[in-house]
Design a protein around this ligand. Sequence first.
Ligand code: SF4
Length: 136
Amino acid sequence: MSDVVKQKEIICVICPNSCTVTVKQLKSGELVMEGQGCKRGEQYSRDEFLDPKRTLATTVRIRNAFIPLLPVRTSVPVPKNKLNEILDVLARIEVKAPIKCGDVILENVLGLSSNIIATRSLDVDLCYKIACEFHG
Ligand code: SF4
């Protein structure tokens, strides 16, 4: 009988070789790998098998800017299985111009030690400025 309790094929994205790494987890918990071309790919495949993480890039609503959405991303990669929860949180957020690229929009999202940061600057829209001055 096989000692393998879980098996996954992972494409390593660290370099253009794109090695296909087969990761097998044995009953003992030990991981056995085949197909990796180097140590970095071995570490990548291990992390991807045990705790896959991603950098999330999306948008949040912004008021008073010349476009309605501000591009943002997580400051560090977050667990892949938390991406939808983070998107739900961000869907309820609205910020106000002006925003500078790199500004923290939300600290420590879901307690994951990752901030949500702006990836572009957006100034107050000129039309909004003029309207404010006109209406006092
Ligand atoms: S395993 Fe090594 S050689 Fe293969 S794609 Fe990953 S980094 Fe490149």
